[in-house]
Design a protein around this ligand. Structure first.
Ligand code: MN
Length: 237
C-alpha cells in the first residue's frame, strides 16, 4: 500500500475535494445524533514533495500533518455539544458571527487549508486558461497585472493571514483576511466566494523562504492548478 492508498484507507472513500464545498457531504458521514468527530481532513491530492521547488517537502509535511490536522482536531473538540456540531463547514463559516474564537479560527483553518491544497498541483502553473483566464485579462488587463494586485494583498497582509481571489457579485476581486478568516464569513472584512487562496502565515513558507514572503508568492504561480480555480469559479457564479 503506497502513501496515497494508506491515506485513503484512513479517510474512507471520499477523495475528491470537489465534494468538500458541497454542504450536504462536507462532513464525515456519521450516525444521526451521534456526531463524534464530524470534520475530517481529506488526503493531500499529491505527495508531500510534489510541489518542490515552490514549496518544500518539510514545509508540506508540517503544514498538512501538524497545522491543518490541528485545526481539524481542535474544531471537532470546539463544536462538541454545540449547535455547530450539526452544521456543514460552509454553514459554520457563513454564520460565524457570535461564535467562540476556537470555532472561528479552526473552522476557517480547516476550510482554508483544504481549499489551498486543492488549488495547487505539480506540473501546473503558468498563465490561467478558460473562463478564469478571460476574466482575469478582462478585469485586471493581463495576468502580470493580476499577479501584481494579488501579490500586493499577499505581501501587504500584516502578520498572519490569507490572500484571495474571490467572486463578488459575479466579478473577480482580490483581497486578504487576517488569521484564519475566510471571505465567506459573515464577519469578514473582505467578502466573496474564494476561487484561489494563498496562505501567507509564516508557517507556510519560513523554512525555505525565511523573511522573503514575496519570493514565496512568486513561486506560488508555478503550482497553481487553474483547472480547479475554473471549477471554483463556475460554482461561484
Ligand atoms: Mn497554514
Amino acid at each position: 500500500m503506497n502513501r496515497k492508498e494508506f491515506l485513503r484507507s484512513l479517510a474512507g472513500t471520499s477523495f475528491a475535494f470537489g465534494a468538500f464545498t458541497t454542504p450536504s457531504i462536507s462532513r464525515a458521514t456519521a450516525v444521526a445524533g451521534a456526531v463524534a468527530a464530524p470534520f475530517k481532513q481529506e488526503p493531500l491530492p499529491y505527495a508531500f514533495d510534489a510541489l518542490q521547488p515552490s514549496i518544500d517537502k518539510a514545509t508540506m509535511e508540517i503544514h498538512y500533518g501538524k497545522h491543518h490536522a490541528g485545526y481539524v482536531s481542535n474544531l471537532n473538540n470546539a463544536v462538541k455539544g454545540t449547535k455547530y456540531e450539526n452544521m456543514s463547514l460552509e454553514e459554520i463559516l457563513k454564520n460565524i458571527k457570535g461564535a467562540p474564537a476556537a470555532i472561528r479560527n479552526n473552522a476557517g483553518g480547516h476550510w482554508n487549508h483544504s481549499f489551498f491544497w486543492d488549488v495547487m498541483a505539480p506540473g501546473k502553473g503558468g498563465a490561467p486558461k478558460g473562463a478564469v483566464g478571460d476574466a482575469i485579462n478582462g478585469q485586471f488587463g493581463s495576468f502580470d497585472k493580476f499577479k501584481e494586485a494579488f501579490g500586493k494583498e499577499a505581501t501587504g497582509r500584516f502578520g498572519s493571514g490569507w490572500a484571495w481571489l474571490a467572486v463578488q457579485n459575479g466579478k473577480l476581486a482580490v483581497g486578504s483576511t487576517p488569521n484564519q478568516d475566510n471571505p465567506m464569513m459573515d464577519v469578514a472584512d473582505f467578502k466573496g466566494t474564494p476561487v484561489l487562496g494563498l496562505d501567507v502565515w509564516e508557517h507556510a513558507y519560513y523554512l525555505k523562504y525565511q523573511n522573503k514572503r514575496a519570493d514565496y508568492v512568486s513561486a506560488f504561480w508555478d503550482v497553481v492548478n487553474w483547472d480547479k480555480v475554473n471549477q471554483a469559479l463556475a460554482k461561484a457564479k
